[in-house]
Ligand binder design. Structure first.
Ligand code: IPM
Ligand code: MG
Length: 363
């Protein structure tokens, strides 16, 4: 009997700057995987960010949202560029991404920060501090101060006044914390919850809920850190961390810090999830200064494909196949210009993608 081919419907949103180049290589890797593993992968493309503002007048067109709602997963590039920085708040390219996260209810943002051994010298920290770090930041992505109301700027009798609101409901906290426990259970079983409970009521509730849920996961060791202390501990001794769970704003900040520990922000993927549905994107931005020059590092986008096979398609075997190919190509000394050093061979975006595909085929 003929086996049914697994279907993967993927929407690609290249966005701005280097987004197009890096998602191009990520699609190449998907196609290679599809032929190696007999998957039926289909791709559709949509506009988002500055490019969408130019073509449709808004950073997130209805058409793009509908495409995403019909797909299994979204592969996202990057948004933004200096030509759009002066636009009104609602027309900024970044708004497209924020609206998409909210509209698709992608409440869980997973940002792994892992040091790959061929790149250990790329970190600005000492080898003995960063060797072997493997941290997963789980950031709440659709609530908190990013979306709380009231918000805005008003003119008062005393001059201008600006307001943002940090707000979390029990339900919002429970769903992200529960997922973090599940992930910690599958890893080294250590969960650090980060808050500012010495100042904020939102954090007081957050901490209470973490403690309640921890009773369901006796095998996971839980600790609480204030966000300022966590920022300090991340550079002092990052190896103490396994899974970090935190709210939207703290997670935004700490995930950049964790990324920098690895020395290569151009390497880091991320997943924004609601159940199996996910949007996968490199952590780096649109890098307009190098766009269109075949200089961008496509590895973060390619490792985002690995995360897609892990979390949406539940094929960790294929995810690992991508990750192994990346490590092998790096171990052979190939680097894009952002990572070049002594004893390396500098390659462009496309060649890096080709090398990774070849390595997957040769396995
Ligand atoms: C990120 C980015 C976004 C965020 C910006 C571009 C809105 O910094 O994905 O971390 O703050 O969430
Ligand atoms: Mg950020």
């Amino acid at each position: 009997m003929r086996e049914e081919k697994m279907r993967c419907e993927i929407v690609v949103l290249p966005g701005d700057g280097i987004g197009k180049e890096v998602t191009g290589e990520a699609v190449k890797v998907c196609r290679t995987l599809a032929s190696l593993a007999s998957l039926d992968c289909s791709f559709r493309w949509g506009d988002i960010g500055g490019r969408a503002v130019e073509r449709w007048g808004v950073p997130l067109p209805e058409e793009t949202l509908t495409l995403c709602q019909q797909a299994d997963a979204v592969l996202f590039g990057a948004v933004g560029g200096p030509q759009w920085d002066t636009l009104a708040y609602d027309l900024r390219p970044e708004r497209g991404l924020l609206q998409l996260r909210k509209a698709l209810n992608l409440y869980a943002n997973l940002r792994p920060a892992k040091v790959l051994s061929p790149l250990i010298e790329a970190s600005t920290l000492k080898r003995e501090v960063v060797e072997g770090i493997d941290i997963l930041v789980v950031r709440e992505l659709t609530g908190g101060i990013y979306f709380g109301a009231p918000r805005g700027i008003e003119i008062t009798e005393d001059g201008e006044k600006a307001v943002n609101t940090m707000v979390y409901t029990r339900q919002e906290i429970e769903q992200i914390v529960r997922l973090a426990f599940e992930l910690a259970r599958q890893r080294r079983k250590k969960l650090t919850s980060v808050d500012k409970a010495n100042v904020l009521e939102v954090s007081e509730l957050w901490r209470k809920i973490v403690n309640q849920i921890s009773a369901e996961y006796p095998e996971v060791e839980v600790s609480h850190l204030y966000v300022d202390n966590c920022a300090m501990q991340l550079v002092r001794d990052p190896r103490q961390f396994d899974v970090i769970v935190t709210g939207n704003l703290f997670g935004d900040i700490l995930s950049d810090e964790a990324a920098m520990l690895t020395g290569s922000i151009g390497m880091l993927p991320s997943a924004s999830l609601r159940g199996r549905f996910g949007l996968y994107e490199p952590v780096h931005g649109s890098a307009p200064d190098i766009a269109g020059q075949d200089r961008a590092n496509p590895i973060a986008a390619i490792l985002s494909v690995a995360m897609m096979f892990h979390y949406t398609f539940h094929r960790p075997d294929l995810a690992h196949r991508v990750e192994r190919a990346v490590e092998k190509v790096l171990a052979k000394g190939y680097r894009t210009p952002d990572l070049q050093g002594p004893y390396t061979t500098v390659v462009g975006t496309k060649q890096m993608g080709d090398l990774i595909c070849q390595e997957m085929e040769q396995e």
